[in-house]
Design a protein around this ligand. Structure first.
Ligand SMILES: [Zn+2]
Ligand SMILES: [Zn+2]
Ligand SMILES: [Zn+2]
Length: 344
């Protein structure tokens, strides 16, 4: 069972999930992701071995851990959703309090790592993120909204985060395109910092920091990459990654899953345009994006505004970035925006 361990010095949480990797040799391989064909791909539903293998695995796991009844949890035209085979957060049948923790040997703070872990699989094997149509983006966000709604109702879950890993340098381990939702019984470290900072800003300035930031960027325009009726995409002023782009709804909104279909269409369209610009400028780099929403325990937040952060992985953190937690970004976000606006 994965565990959540708290750093006794900083208070930050880590997940220890030993099921995912067992031997030192598992850490040494540098082969990268093997491009798979439909025939040997674990995520291709039309692969004749898919259902057999997958069902077999889940039969065993269901018996052992009483997992969900159906392997496919949700589905639409472009996407289907299954539970992760190696979840970082597992469903807790006992539904103990998500805050229940114990002290290990009277000293360290530890909790079972509970919640849920979905895999959102794009049905077309060959459709890498840079090839997604408006429809694929839209279906991805729509199914994610349904899963967010599900996890928000689960008392054991405090936070849901949609993430996408594209390419080996972004941590993707399976070639077939897929997103994931981590539904955790903690509010993740970064979110805690964003909540504290935005609440502080609200107290000091009487408004949402994200709304103010959008107004500022619209006025000065130097970091704006794309804009449509509902969304704006900007390179972030204090970027931690070269060409880091944030996508935000232009009017205040604290909950992603409550957005209307028309808004999700605009989101799909801006995500397609921005990733195309990044793909063209940086030749389809490895890339992550993640969605920051309000924790499930907060019904309404005037100070927090959901958003997506996109991080092209074209540089690697060195000792200072890791040791200091302070990043040295080698391109000014204003220059990055200019390159992205006029891709060569
Ligand atoms: Zn596949
Ligand atoms: Zn706002
Ligand atoms: Zn954020």
């Amino acid at each position: 069972m994965p565990q959540l361990r708290q750093n006794i010095i900083t208070g930050e949480w880590v997940v220890i999930a030993p099921e995912r990797s067992k031997r030192p040799s598992d850490f040494i391989s540098s082969e990268g992701i093997k491009p798979t064909t439909n025939l040997n791909c674990p995520f291709c539903a039309d692969n004749p071995n898919y259902k057999k293998n997958r069902l077999k695995d889940f039969d065993v796991e269901r018996k052992m851990r009483k997992l969900r009844d159906n392997v496919v949890i949700d589905e639409n035209e472009s996407i289907y959703v299954i539970p992760n085979k190696y979840p970082a957060f597992i469903e807790d049948e006992s539904h103990a309090s998500p805050r229940a923790h114990r002290l290990e040997n009277g000293f360290y703070n530890v909790r079972p790592s509970t919640g849920g872990h979905d895999v959102l699989i794009i049905k077309k094997h060959e459709h890498q993120l840079y090839d997604f149509t408006d429809k694929v983006w839209e279906d991805l966000f729509k199914v994610a909204q349904k899963r967010y709604t599900h996890w928000r109702q689960d008392k054991n879950t405090l936070y849901s985060m949609l993430i996408y890993n594209q390419g080996i340098n972004a941590g993707a381990s399976i070639h077939h395109p897929h997103a994931q939702i981590f539904a955790s019984n903690i509010v993740p470290n970064h979110i805690t910092k964003e909540l504290i900072g935005s609440e502080q800003y609200y107290e000091n300035n009487g408004g949402c920091v994200f709304c103010d930031l959008i107004k500022h960027e619209q006025l000065h325009k130097v970091r704006v990459v794309e804009e449509n009726s509902h969304f704006i995409a900007i390179t972030f002023y204090a970027a931690r990654f070269p060409f880091e782009v944030w996508v935000m709804p232009k009017t205040h909104s604290d909950t992603f899953e409550n957005e209307k279909a028309e808004t999700i269409e605009c989101l799909a369209n801006i995500m397609k345009k921005v990733t195309k610009r990044i793909g063209k400028t940086l030749q389809r780099p490895s890339l992550n994006f993640w969605l920051h929403d309000t924790p499930t325990t907060i019904d309404r937040a005037d100070y927090f505004h959901w958003h997506i952060e996109i991080a092209p992985r074209v540089s690697t953190y060195g000792g200072y970035e890791l040791g200091a937690g302070t990043v040295i970004d080698v391109i000014a976000p204003e220059d990055a925006a200019e390159f992205l606006r006029k891709p060569r």
